[in-house]
Design a binder for this molecule. Structure first.
Ligand code: ADP
Length: 264
């Protein structure tokens, strides 16, 4: 399963990502965490990102895209991943599309956590207070001025992704103002609606297999009876071809990703 969690700072992406990781056995890829690790390790990327992050601005697309491209190639991401904090701009989303299609992969869904901007300050203040109570070091960008800039960066550069993914038919919006458990249920419902492609696909595929088996049986019977004609072989193969078409049609109907695609 490959998902994106979309929402402003304080929307609850991290909380929900952790739950989904446990539930689905996939990895959470947080560009914020990766960049903070790079800053802490003082790598060249960390040096480039440090001041930008402290100001609450966005790190250049090429830097973040390179980190993600490298990360999704790691073995632990093979089963799937949740992207948290990426993509954050339309060019990043375009780069992600390109990256995934080059690997023959696609997104299963994009979950938008919708929250009222007025509560974000309170939520982050809460998070800071809790981290302080646990004796943890504070993030340099967890202060009111920088938070305002992070929220602006979201509104100006990231919010357009809502339309981008809606246009691709992969967006599911969830009320992020509800209690954590309710948000979790709503996300599960969105995913359940987005993923019935699997059973539908399987059913259709098994029909295809059944058609192929029937064809093979007919062919074998014809052979053993010494009556095989090329036309018989062709017509025996035909239902399998149509079955594949139906399978594709069924997948197109039941998944969120293919409909209304404006890709390209
Ligand atoms: P938040 O708590 O605001 O959701 P994150 O932990 O995801 O923030 O990211 C913290 C900072 O890291 C951002 O303000 C930004 O400077 C940088 N960053 C993280 N992800 C990206 C990205 N995809 N593109 C550009 N900058 C990013």
């Amino acid at each position: 399963m490959r998902l994106i969690l979309l929402g402003p700072p304080g929307a609850g992406k991290g909380t929900q990502a952790q739950r989904l990781v446990k539930k689905h056995g996939i990895v959470q890829l947080s560009t914020g965490d990766m960049l903070r690790a790079a800053v802490a390790a003082d790598t060249p990327i960390g040096q480039r990102a440090k001041d930008i992050m402290a100001r609450g601005e966005l790190v250049p697309d090429d830097v973040v895209v390179a980190i993600v491209a490298d990360r999704i190639d790691q073995p632990d991401a093979r089963k799937g991943f949740i992207l948290d904090g990426f993509p954050r701009t339309v060019p990043q989303a375009v780069a992600l599309d390109r990256m995934l299609s080059a690997k023959g992969m696609k997104l299963d869904g994009v979950i938008e956590l919708k929250v009222d901007a007025n509560i974000l300050h309170d939520r982050i203040a809460n998070r800071v207070a809790q981290a302080q109570a646990r004796g943890e070091a504070l993030r340099p960008d967890d202060n009111p001025d920088v938070l305002r800039r992070r929220i602006e960066a979201y509104r100006d550069q990231t919010a357009p992704l809502v339309d981008y993914y809606r246009g691709r038919g992969v967006l599911g919006s969830v009320n992020g103002m509800a209690p954590i458990a309710e948000v979790a249920d709503a996300i599960d419902r969105v995913l359940a609606a987005a993923l019935p492609s699997k059973p539908a696909g399987k059913k259709a595929v098994s029909k295809t297999v059944a058609a192929k088996r029937t064809a093979a049986t007919k062919l074998a019977a014809a052979k053993s009876a010494g009556q095989q004609k090329p036309s018989a072989a062709r017509s025996a193969r035909a239902p399998a071809g149509r079955g594949t078409g139906r399978a594709a049609a069924a997948r197109g109907k039941t998944t969120l990703h293919k409909s209304k695609s404006r890709r390209g």
